[in-house]
Design a protein. Structure first.
Length: 698
């Protein structure tokens, strides 16, 4: 059947004013069902509120599933000239370019022109030989030891156009950050090398090859190499926030990121790419299967990245995705291959979170919650829930991908035995460590082995696995437990009786609270406080609204309502006292209110609950840059100062703090922070830039 496209209510209006690009005349327009149309109308309101809250000038978002494609632009592609954002708007794709590059490499591998396990110099002879071989396969998974930006003040601000050889020269003399295969290091430079591999193996320019073999065959007619001198139809203008004021983005020529993030396209082209991959239009089934398998380090740790695709946890669903961020743009492409569903978003405001648009649109299209966040109020049962969550995420996603068994009966029973003996062992510290590794090859992938078996047994019993999108891990584990208890002894593997009882008890509590939803319409913190405390009183399992409270606190702080932000933090801790995220939220709101000592105490509580959670170095660094991206540089600097006090030996935090000091004109403090970073780790990723900055700032 010929695919039909629908571009929002503005379908008729689009023909008059271009708010949304109408489908080609050869393709009949097809409206969504009345129920979906009503939900999409509500989505319009959600988008408007989100854009207003985050000062987003323009965004285009859409989905394709089966024969229906819906795309709509909101706001402005160009504020100065009042040009509306439409389905035709051409955004910088940034790192959404990477999966396209990966597809091209796999095409060449299918043709015998590229050996994935050959050293990169086989195809790029001018790239210097390193102490260890760097293979094409390792580059595809960011396991090649290639570093990322070392001197971001220079490398992320190029103004001049660069060809392939000049782009490789930027980093070719960098030392490897690790022996290839031993460490995941996300790097655009590695993908630039893959672009050079494409040119060396095909004899064509990167852009020429992509037009002939990837973009063209998929009908991606608007996808081009970004070029500031070229006339590109519907090119959007990019913006950034400076404080509360919108400013034009800094001009950066992104040709130096050509095959890692140097392209420009419309959202319909993003959808066409996702659809083309999961429909096997330009790759064999074997190549697609290889591309979407998460890679692992030599030590057996999954990277959650395949060949050009992120493999994210998605509520027990089989999904592949990639995000993009650079001057002028943020993008996100999400695909659910088994569902033939692809969603995409692009915005012209830097550093905004694009995933929120994809998540909300997914809920509109499917009627399913994006993620079920469940809070376990019983500290003694938290470990049981963590096991159930691991089994659910791994097992149901595998079952959505295929109906083939993952492991034989012996391996499956061994996985159940390992979970019983180690994940549920009396030694809580050892058990937590085991649970943390149980998803990985180093842990035998026992969650996948046992979870896939559970999903298969439930499916054979007649259960609809789609229902667990709403029931989540507790319903999934509870239903398997009841099924296994009802079978003859030995027919299905069983868990420890104490674990089974804990899950059944938690699931009963969850059955009574899962339907409680975060209000869609704005509501006061006081009203919310009363409603949620009453609903969750005495329950052992209930919805975790810490992410929503965090967003509420951030929005309140951004508009200067400090008391509302603090109230959100207090409510988070009152409802979720065992949550690291709740204490981190309270700490961050206190910090922004200038209550430094209380904030530090709250962040320490968060860290004690989960050292790798919301108060970890990476999480606090990310929050600081989120604030900086929204124009709140001083609050971001306060977050980094608190982070350094909590993690004094983290070189990257000192480096980030130095960067913030520079932005605030505090040159002596910046020099000292850079020196601290270098003293802690002379070879950390930003060391070269730090040394250059010290000389520049003296």
């Amino acid at each position: 059947m010929q695919s039909s496209k629908y571009y929002g209510f503005a379908g008729a209006l689009a023909l008059l004013c271009g708010v949304a690009q109408a489908a080609p005349s050869s393709v009949p327009a097809s409206a969504p069902s009345p129920a979906l149309a009503a939900r999409l109308a509500d989505f319009d309101g959600w988008v408007a509120r989100r854009m207003a809250a985050q000062r987003i000038p323009g965004v285009t978002v859409g989905f394709s599933q089966g024969d229906v494609e819906w795309v709509k632009g909101y706001g402005h592609a160009d504020l100065e000239n009042r040009v509306p954002a439409t389905a035709s708007s051409s955004y910088r794709l940034a790192s959404v370019t990477k999966p396209m590059t990966a597809v091209a490499i796999l095409q060449l591998a299918e043709q015998g022109k590229v050996d994935l396990d050959a050293p990169v110099q086989t195809y790029v002879p001018y790239f210097p030989v390193k102490p260890f071989p760097v293979t094409v396969r390792q580059l595809l998974g960011h396991l090649g030891g290639i570093d990322a930006y070392r001197n971001s003040q220079v490398e992320q601000h190029f103004k001049e156009h660069k060809d392939t050889r000049q782009s490789i020269a930027v980093f070719e003399q960098f030392d490897l950050v690790a022996e290839p295969g031993t460490r995941f290091r996300y790097t655009s430079y590695g993908y630039n090398l893959l672009g050079a591999v494409i040119e060396g193996a095909s004899g064509e320019s990167y852009g020429g090859y992509m037009r002939r073999h990837v973009w063209g065959p998929l009908g991606m007619d608007t996808t081009v190499m970004d070029d500031p001198d070229a006339v590109i139809a519907h090119r959007v203008r990019g913006y950034r926030l400076a404080g509360t004021a919108l400013k034009n983005s800094e001009f950066v020529d992104i040709s130096s990121r050509f095959s890692a993030g140097g392209t420009r396209a419309s959202v319909p082209d993003m959808l066409a790419f996702g659809r083309g991959v999961h429909e096997g239009k330009i790759l064999s089934p074997a190549s697609v299967a290889a591309m979407v398998q998460p890679m692992a380090t030599r030590a057996g740790r999954l990277t959650h990245y395949g060949m050009g695709w992120e493999i994210p946890p998605a509520g027990g669903r089989y999904a592949i995705a990639h995000s993009g961020q650079q001057p002028e743009t943020v993008t996100y492409l999400y695909s659910f291959p088994s569902r033939k569903l692809t969603l995409a978003v692009a915005s012209n405001l830097e550093r905004v979170n694009p995933e929120a648009f994809v998540q909300r649109l997914f809920e509109v299209v499917t009627g399913e919650p994006w993620q079920l966040h469940t809070y376990i109020a019983d500290a003694g049962a938290q470990r049981a829930y963590q096991v159930a969550q691991g089994l659910f995420e791994e097992g149901r996603a595998y079952a959505e991908r295929t109906d083939q068994a993952y492991a034989d009966a012996a391996a499956t029973r061994a996985a159940f035995a390992h979970i019983k003996q180690q994940a549920l062992a009396p030694d809580a510290t050892a058990a937590r460590a085991y649970i943390e590794t149980a998803r990985h090859p180093a842990g035998g992938r026992v969650f996948l082995t046992a979870g896939a078996s559970m999903a298969g047994a439930l499916r054979r019993s007649g259960a609809d696995l789609d229902t667990y999108s709403r029931g989540g891990a507790l319903a999934f584990a509870r239903d398997y437990i009841l099924l296994s208890q009802g079978k003859a002894s030995g027919t299905l593997p069983r868990f420890d009786p104490a674990f089974e009882q804990a899950i059944v008890t938690l699931a009963a509590s969850w059955d009574g609270t899962a339907a409680i939803a975060w209000p869609q319409a704005p509501v006061s913190i006081a009203a919310l406080d009363g409603q949620l405390r009453a609903a969750f009183h005495g329950q052992r399992a209930y919805p975790d609204f810490v992410p929503e409270l965090l967003e509420l606190a951030q929005a309140s702080a951004a508009r200067g309502d400090t008391e509302a932000a603090l109230a959100a933090g207090r409510l988070a801790v009152a409802l979720y006292p065992l949550s690291d995220g709740a204490h981190a939220l309270q700490g961050l709101t206190l910090l922004r209110a200038g209550k430094t000592n209380d904030a530090t105490a709250a962040l320490r509580l968060s860290l004690a609950r989960d050292p790798l959670g919301a108060a970890s170095p990476a999480a606090l660094n990310l929050e600081a840059y989120r604030l900086k991206g929204s124009g709140a540089v001083a609050p971001g600097m306060a977050v980094l100062q608190a982070a350094v006090s909590l993690h004094p030996r983290d070189a990257n935090l000192h480096d980030s703090l130095a960067e913030f000091y520079v932005e605030q004109g505090l040159r002596p403090q910046a020099v000292e922070a850079y020196r601290q970073a270098l003293q802690l780790d002379p070879s950390y990723p930003g060391a070269v830039g730090a040394r250059a900055a010290i000389i520049r700032l003296r």
